[in-house]
Design a protein around this ligand. Structure first.
Ligand code: ZN
Length: 290
């Protein structure tokens, strides 16, 4: 049986609010119908259409790993131009509609199907991709896994460079670590990430990503055991001067995400200082896991 061809289409944007480059993946089979996994930014549409044309294919469906604009804005335009549906996890449906509304994108003439639930499959010419619900980066994030060939599309759950953004309210660290475990257990042979290059050593990458999170969690617990600290103080101690000022909110949200998980796991004393308008956190050194 002929395997599908996979084109990684790196797409960039001039939108300064978004990350510089994201990946869309075009899966074609015998140069006929094509599937697209993620669709980049609003200005990605032409690049993706050109690749579809080069393959002489017809777009059959757009599958979103999650609703974030660097993966989904292009989908709205492609869906309208090619008249093909957009598929997403049910938990991404509302945020996706809200995102499109906030960008004044007309959604009347595009079809969005919130049907990608855990355990379902996307089948295309006798080949199928398992849908794996991987919350953590967003609540309805999914990965797609072809068990036969071992290839896996991970969206932003696994990226080879930098750190996956896990911050409230979209993100949840415990969910994220469980999602990573789920993907590691599937032993994919090749990972096609939402950003960056394809990796054929996904096990080492995912294990290292998990270890880094756990190391950061341990560091935060140790800092909170030494003395009470506010979220801002914690962030400052962890990142010091390593984060540029314009990205300091990302560092703050990341630490907030860790703190949320630690508060679920351990007993933390919380002190509110109404005069200074500050909340401090402290962990007794004898405190064990709840
Ligand atoms: Zn992304």
């Amino acid at each position: 049986m002929e395997q599908w061809s996979i084109d990684r289409i790196p797409v960039s944007t001039n939108d300064h609010l978004l990350e510089h480059e994201a990946n869309a993946y075009l899966l074609t089979h015998n140069c006929e119908d094509a599937l697209l996994i993620d669709a980049g930014y609003a200005d990605s549409t032409q690049t993706i259409l050109q690749q579809i044309e080069r393959r002489r294919a017809k777009l059959h469906g757009i599958y979103l790993t999650h609703y974030h604009p660097d993966h989904s804005l292009g989908a709205a335009y492609l869906a309208r131009l090619t008249n093909c549906p957009i598929y997403c996890h049910p938990l991404e449906y509302r945020p996706l509609l809200e995102l499109y509304a906030s960008r004044s994108i007309e959604i009347k003439n595009i079809h969005i199907m919130p049907s990608l639930v855990n355990g379902s499959t996307v089948t295309h010419y006798n080949q199928s991709l398992d849908v794996i619900h991987t919350p953590g980066h967003t609540h309805g994030h999914i990965a797609l896994h072809d068990k036969t060939s071992g290839i896996m599309f991970t969206g932003d759950t696994v990226i080879p460079q930098g750190t996956v953004w896990i911050g409230p309210p979209d993100g949840h660290l415990r969910d994220y670590l469980q999602s990573l475990d789920q993907l590691i257990a599937r032993k994919p042979s090749t990972v096609y990430p939402g950003h960056g290059v394809v990796t054929d050593q996904p096990d080492a990458l995912m294990t290292a990503m998990k270890a880094r999170r756990l190391m950061r969690e341990h560091q935060i617990i140790t800092l909170l055991q030494s003395s009470p600290k506010t979220l801002e103080q914690l962030t400052q101690e962890i990142y010091k001067e390593s984060v540029p000022t314009e990205m300091s909110w990302v560092a703050l949200k990341t630490v907030q995400g860790h703190l949320q998980k630690i508060r679920e796991d351990m007993i933390i004393s919380v002190t509110v200082d109404p005069v200074a308008n500050q909340i401090s956190y402290y962990i007794e050194s004898t405190t064990s896991v709840k």
